[in-house]
Write a protein of this length. Structure first.
Length: 62
């Protein structure tokens, strides 16, 4: 399943899948969560990006 990759999520949106997210400013600010259903945090203060994209999905279905 790769539907989530490449999509930009904005701060305050619901996290659709657990994993490592990367901002879209190109400076590799990461946000990782292992709990889907949380909301994305604001961009870091020195980040000029506007959203988060899924970099690495984690699967914890056990
Ligand atoms: Zn950034």
């Amino acid at each position: 399943m790769s539907e989530e990759t490449g999509k930009v999520y904005h701060p305050g949106e619901i996290v659709p899948a657990s994993g490592i997210y990367e901002c879209d400013c190109g400076e590799e600010h990461d946000y990782s969560t292992d709990v889907k259903g949380h909301r994305f945090p604001p961009m870091q203060h020195d980040c000029r990006g506007s959203g988060w994209t899924l970099k690495t999905a984690t699967h914890r279905d056990d």
